[in-house]
Write a protein that binds this ligand. Structure first.
Ligand SMILES: [Zn+2]
Length: 235
């Protein structure tokens, strides 16, 4: 076993480590959540990462998106790919400088797990529908101000994002420590699913209020009339 991962073998086991190396994760959104999540997964020795984001870094991103530097002119997807190669050259990284839309969800077809690192409900719903239609597990995280949440969608077994959120508005205020904490929890959920260790937040949602330091886990149920996943039988 590669010495690089010696400190995490006691946690995931040698078999879990092999499972991590055999897992490809789709990281949709390379902003604050995506930067921290992808860095964490790369450091842990995930097999592959598929990065999707059509944006370029802006000055207002630099308070939390640590892979980017002032004056960068290339896309976030490619900049993050370069950063991840320096974090761990053993990880296969594929970068796509485009926004997820109905025509390019096929970019994610080779992924085993999907990570929602987006900042808008329109794209989230598209990713959610792709996850439900393809049966791939989806780890969702959202953060706004000092609040955040994380949950795991297993299509046919847990609520999907449409069941949970319906029409929720986007917000755009965020600070590094809050984003990195929520993204770290999201990355841990991906690692648990990939390595087969611990109890993922499937059918449960973690809500965090860093203003008062309240961390709560609540059970959530499927909406039988959900327009996206209602047709799937319980698994
Ligand atoms: Zn649903």
């Amino acid at each position: 076993m590669n010495a690089r991962y010696g400190r995490q073998i006691p946690i995931v086991g040698a078999e879990g480590m092999e499972r991590l190396r055999g897992t490809t994760v789709g990281v949709v959104g390379c902003g604050g959540l995506g930067t921290t999540l992808a860095t964490s997964l790369a450091a842990a020795g995930i097999g592959g990462l598929v990065l999707i984001d059509g944006d370029r870094p802006e000055i207002t991103d630099l308070n939390r998106q640590f892979a980017y530097r002032e004056g960068t002119t290339s896309s976030k997807a490619h900049e993050l790919s370069r950063w991840l190669s320096s974090v761990n050259p053993q990880v296969a990284v594929e970068a796509h400088a485009e926004h997820l839309d109905a025509g390019n969800t096929g970019l994610l077809s080779g992924c085993d797990i999907l990570a929602d690192c987006l900042d808008n409900m329109r794209s989230r719903k598209l990713l959610n529908r792709f996850a439900v239609d393809s049966g791939k597990p989806l780890v969702h995280a959202g953060v706004s101000h000092l609040h955040g949440q994380v949950t795991v969608v297993i299509p046919g077994r847990t609520p999907c994002l449409e069941c949970l959120f319906g029409d929720t508005d986007d917000e755009d205020a965020s600070i590094s420590a809050a984003v990195m904490l929520i993204a770290s929890v999201e990355a841990m959920e991906v690692l648990k699913l990939a390595a087969g260790t611990g109890e993922p937040l499937a059918g449960r949602i973690l809500t965090v209020d860093l203003g008062g330091n309240a961390f709560d886990v609540t059970e959530v149920r499927r909406d039988p009339s959900c327009a996206v996943c209602g047709h799937l039988r319980d698994r």
